[in-house]
Design a protein around this ligand. Structure first.
Ligand code: HEM
Length: 457
């Protein structure tokens, strides 16, 4: 008599065993209804899309990090107390008295920081493979919202340890809101829950961090995945000179992609654990509202913005330039293109040359701008008769954007290229400039936010 399969085998089969190709309506329904994993994924998918170097698994990694953040976040909530009197002490107690408490906090901390980086890289991947046309248009918008929520969730979490670092970082970023014309003061008060950072700020941030943003993130992610599915999966990679295949060869999701995703997730979790064991999330002195550290810096992902404040009038640095960047990002799928291109990295050999040219130009010009602005230019002195919004805002901004436009036009004249490829050059310029401004802010700004070498500060 044949042996009855064991419990583990039956669970495995019920989850993963599917008819190889659903042939009847009943089989198709069974595949869709019975298999939790397959709810999110198609049964078959184009063979080329499973290649790791097409997506680098970045979207999946972001999703895995969100999951880790939720798991560790819930554990942290058992110990953390969101009041100015007890918050710092509860983190100390977590690290000192709770078994693996420090490790759980470290995993939460590093996963959150990694999520910002991975989400940014995923954005670059989707942009440079042209994954924002047609059925993917709106998913790009959802992705942009996801990026904003990831930043907001990180930012609200930053305050919770209530140490000097977090207190003053939040003071600086919420003060930036005050530069929004007309409604700035109101916005700053709203973010702080009063005129100063205090218990109202902490409870507001705690509620947003533990409830509002996680729920929004998970909801948007579900929508995002559903849109990927509706678009027929990720864009299909191809060689530069190869036309888009009408009917690409397909493979089964289980095991072809599932196995790769599983391995990627395992490597990611292992890496986060190793980082968390090796590097402590740290805890500075308890928050002291009477004594600001020098330099007082925003969280690292907002240091590009803080760096802009050193070079442009606040309204331009905090509102107009980031606002234009955000609007530009949202508009990308809806611009007019000669022929929408998607698939290979950088879309074509010309696209690759233009993107490299844009990135290299920003790599050279951004530090140059920072140095000139620190030691040479004196906009308000040179244009003494003009209001500061023009002399320190409009004029330098027009020059900076003009330089970028000139570089992109020059590269396009050298290499050729259609609208989408020229857009890639501009995008590569802006993305590289942002990375460099962030690096300057993190490592090259010391006391009084003066330029310094990282090893002397
Ligand atoms: C928490 C943040 C995010 C998560 C968890 C996430 C997750 C994913 C996953 C799993 C995929 C499919 C596989 C892959 O491409 O790796 C995907 C695709 C996509 N994502 Fe995201 N994503 C996030 C943020 C973003 C952002 C910031 C953008 C861009 C603004 C974006 C735009 C897209 C687009 C356009 C696709 C379709 C790609 C294609 O068809 O090739 N996503 N995302």
């Amino acid at each position: 008599m044949a042996r009855k399969p064991g419990l583990a085998t039956r669970i495995w089969r019920s989850v993963f065993r599917t008819p190889l190709t659903p042939r009847t309506e009943r089989e198709r329904k069974r595949v869709v209804l019975n298999h939790l994993v397959l709810h999110m994924r198609p049964v078959r998918l184009p063979e080329r899309t499973v290649a790791f170097r097409h997506t680098f698994g970045l979207g999946g990694m972001a999703a895995a990090l969100v999951l880790m953040l939720i798991l560790t976040g819930v554990l942290l909530m058992f110990v953390y107390e969101p009041t100015p009197e007890r918050a710092y002490g509860s983190i100390q107690a977590l690290r000192r008295d709770v078994r693996f408490g420090g490790l759980v906090r470290n995993v939460h901390h590093w996963s959150a920081n990694l999520l910002v980086i991975i989400t940014f890289l995923h954005l670059l991947r989707t942009f440079f493979t042209g994954a924002f046309h047609g059925a993917r248009q709106f998913n790009w918008v959802i992705g942009t919202l996801l990026l904003l929520v990831v930043l907001a969730a990180n930012f609200t979490g930053y305050l919770l340890p209530w140490d000097q670092l977090s207190y003053w970082a939040i003071t600086i970023v919420t003060a930036m809101l005050g530069y929004v014309p007309a409604i700035g003061d109101g916005l700053r008060q709203l973010a702080r829950g009063g005129s100063e950072i205090g218990s109202a700020t902490l409870i507001n941030f705690y509620t947003f961090h533990t409830t509002v943003f996680p729920v929004t993130l998970v909801t948007l992610m579900a929508f995002h995945f559903w849109r990927v599915r509706k678009a027929g999966g990720v864009v299909v990679p191809r060689a530069y000179d190869e036309p888009v295949a009408e009917k690409p060869d397909t493979v089964l999701f289980v095991p072809s992609l599932l196995a790769r995703e599983f391995v990627t997730a395992l490597v990611l979790v292992a890496s986060v654990l190793v980082i968390s064991v090796a590097f402590d999330a740290g805890l500075a002195e308890p928050a002291n509202p009477g004594m600001s550290p020098n330099p007082a810096k925003a969280p690292w992902y907002f240091l590009g913005l803080q760096e802009l404040l050193l070079h442009f009038h606040p309204t331009w640095a905090v509102v107009i330039l980031p606002g234009l960047a955000l609007l530009g990002l949202l508009a990308i799928p809806y611009l007019r293109y000669d022929e929408p291109m998607e698939g290979p990295w950088f879309l074509s050999a010309t696209g690759r040359s233009l993107a490299i040219a844009g990135a290299l130009a920003a790599f050279a010009l951004t530090p140059l701008w920072v140095l000139l602005d620190e030691y040479v230019t004196d906009w308000s002195g040179w244009l003494a008769g003009l209001p500061p919004g023009l002399s320190e805002g409009l004029v330098p901004a027009v020059i900076a954007l003009g330089v970028m436009w000139g570089v992109v036009r020059f590269a396009a004249r050298q290499h050729g290229g259609n609208r989408q490829e020229v857009l890639q050059a501009a995008f590569a310029f802006v993305a590289t400039a942002l990375v460099i401004l962030t690096i300057v802010g993190v490592w090259f700004r010391g006391e009084g936010m003066a330029l310094t070498w990282p090893w002397t500060s």
